[in-house]
Design a protein around this ligand. Structure first.
Ligand code: F6P
Length: 364
């Protein structure tokens, strides 16, 4: 099936490598198929409110190393349940899906490439069910999407976190302190686990394994007794104590937001460790530095491959799928099969076995 005009959009939280995908799609669609490419701006908002720009080989020429997304994004703006404020400041919900579909048709697009996480891809599936030919490209720094081995953006985030750990090692050792690094990872601990191994952390705490403070203190004491009165801890923002709750940051939570903002587990740990030891404790929160900035080469390559492969699949009319990495190949996975479940770090993970084998404590 030949196509003449395709749309591309990014939805949900940004991550490094989005522009590599946009560029890959644009170049493959133009070079292989002579198509024109329309960039939909600000996620589904651009489809609903008709905001777009033409993408060309020239306009995407320099974007490969850029962080963020040249198209803009939002993690609100579900066209089926669009929440906004009315004049009296109350939140109202509208179904703008028909409006979005009408704009898609008015733009005379043959396909919509949707680059996003589980929420964005589920909306893409709903649109597909209503007749919009979509092709999904999965992304999240958390690396917790089902159906794909790795998401682009993840390896860059791991690099940022392990670079930070390298720095915390030297200052922690100099001052004989406990250094805590809080990284992203709402419900899956992939970033903490991989960065912790790469950065030589002594304790790694992930959402999948609720931690016991006593076990953390034991590890710190053993290190101290062995002549290392400093320790480096990496904790995923969604980690929690056995019988405890995830810690949310109310200050960052707004009324239109569907999910609570996490944050504060690093400080919580710092307070509790310093109450129980004589060592000084310091906490660093990496936050959105893990999402911004230039993608590493792995994410540039993966993003470019996914873009080009998505175009090839669309040209074959294989809509309603997402492109996925099944190492070493790319494959198609039906959007209908995605359950929205998070791909957690399994307890049987060889990464966990490796961490524990080399003496890293997981707080259990
Ligand atoms: O899902 C990706 C993610 O980076 C999470 O790790 C984090 O909790 C969340 O997004 C932060 O979202 P926001 O950009 O809305 O603060």
């Amino acid at each position: 099936m030949a196509f003449k005009r395709v749309g591309v959009m990014t939805g949900g939280g940004d991550c490094s490598g989005l522009n590599a995908v946009i560029r890959g799609i644009t170049r493959a669609a133009i070079i292989q198929h002579g198509a024109s490419v329309i960039g939909i701006e600000d996620g589904y908002d651009g489809l609903i409110f008709d905001r777009h720009q033409e993408l060309t080989v020239r306009s995407t020429r320099d974007i490969l190393p850029w962080g963020g997304t040249i198209l803009g994004t939002t993690n609100k703006g579900n066209p089926f349940e669009y929440k906004e404020f009315d004049e009296s400041g109350q939140i109202v919900t509208h179904d703008y899906s028909k409006k979005a579909i009408k704009n898609f048709q008015r733009l005379m697009l043959d396909c919509l490439f949707v680059i996003g996480g589980d929420g964005t891809l589920q909306i893409a599936h709903q649109l597909n069910e209503l007749g919009v030919p979509v092709m999904g490209i999965p992304k999240t720094i958390d690396n917790d999407l089902e159906g794909t081995d790795y998401t682009f953006g993840f390896q860059t985030a791991v690099q940022v976190a392990s670079d930070a750990l390298d720095r915390l090692q030297t200052t922690g050792r100099s001052h004989q302190r406990i250094m805590i690094l809080e990284v992203m990872g709402r419900t899956a601990g992939w970033i903490a686990l991989e960065a912790g191994i790469a950065g030589g952390a002594h304790i790694i705490l992930i959402p999948e394994i609720p931690y016991q403070l006593d076990k953390i203190l034991d590890k710190i004491k053993v290190r101290e007794a062995g002549g290392s009165p400093f320790s480096v801890i990496v904790v995923a923002e969604g980690a929690r104590e056995v019988d405890g709750e995830m810690i949310t940051s109310e200050a960052a939570t707004t009324r239109l937001q569907a999910v609570a903002q996490l944050g504060g587990v690093g400080d919580y740990l710092a307070r509790n460790i310093s109450r129980r030891t004589d060592l000084e404790v310091r906490c660093t929160v990496l936050g959105h530095t893990q999402r911004g900035g230039t993608p590493n080469s792995f994410d540039r390559i993966l993003g470019t491959r996914l873009g080009a492969f998505a175009v090839q699949a669309a040209a074959e009319g294989k809509f309603g799928n997402m492109v996925a990495l099944r190492t070493p190949n790319l494959e198609l996975v039906s959007l209908a099969t995605l359950s929205g479940k998070v791909r957690h770090v399994p307890d049987s993970s060889q990464l966990i076995q490796c961490a524990e084998a080399i003496g890293i404590s997981l707080g259990r």
